[in-house]
Ligand binder design. Sequence first.
Ligand SMILES: N[C@@H](CCC[C@H](N)C(=O)O)C(=O)O
Length: 269
Amino acid sequence: MKVWKMNGAGNAFAVFDARDRKFAPDENRIRAIAEQMKADQVMSIERDATVDAFLRIWNSSGEEVSACGNGTRAVAHLLLEESGKPEVKIRTQADVLKGRRAGENLVTIDMGSPLMAWEDIPLSEKMDVRGVDVRIGPMDKPYLSKPAVVSMGNPHAVFFVDDVDAYDIPQIGPLVEWHPLFPEGTNVGFAQVIDRQTIRLRVWERGAGLTKACGTGACAALVCAARAGKTDRKAKLILDGGELTIDWRESDDHVFMTGPVELEMTFEV
Ligand SMILES: N[C@@H](CCC[C@H](N)C(=O)O)C(=O)O
């Protein structure tokens, strides 16, 4: 079976070609692969007669998840190269996503519409998604509170802060990731608005920890920022491992994510 080690803006992936061979790892196997290949997510490309491929995604902690923006960009890169087509369609558990080339080693994915209803994120109770009741720090004086929430096919909570580097993300991230308000857990973003077209972002990913970049996290941060009037609908997101351009199109509500993809190595197992 062919295996690719790839990254999207530093978000690291081990991608298995399961189109002609069965790949059905259990959680322990996923954890071992992720550790050995230093991958944030393990993914498999499977056949799907209605689209170019089905993409299965596991977090490095072992559980299967429904969406991965950078991973979809990485796999779109492989399928675009392989097929020579101008556009590929990839089914994930969340949606059918379209990918196309945006330059050399640059790929754009149409991530579809963000989900804003509290049940869709999901939250465990009805709440204003523009700032939910989560507080970090002393009860009377929390130093972080009211993250905005949205689903990009997976749950995201985004704290808007003055300085992303002032927070101990590995300490705070897990407290929010499995807060009772999020029955399926959540990815946790720390977003600093630099100007109306620029956001600095760090993400504590559900089931993977602090990664160098999170594609759905970048989409979530832009949507939450634009929804609150903090930025325009198109902005550059500066992550630890690279930059992503996110464009939340007004005409059809779709979010487009563009950024770099790197194929680090290919081998057979
Ligand atoms: N790295 C991803 C997100 C992967 C899944 C996430 N950790 C989750 O549990 O939802 C991205 O680029 O979007």
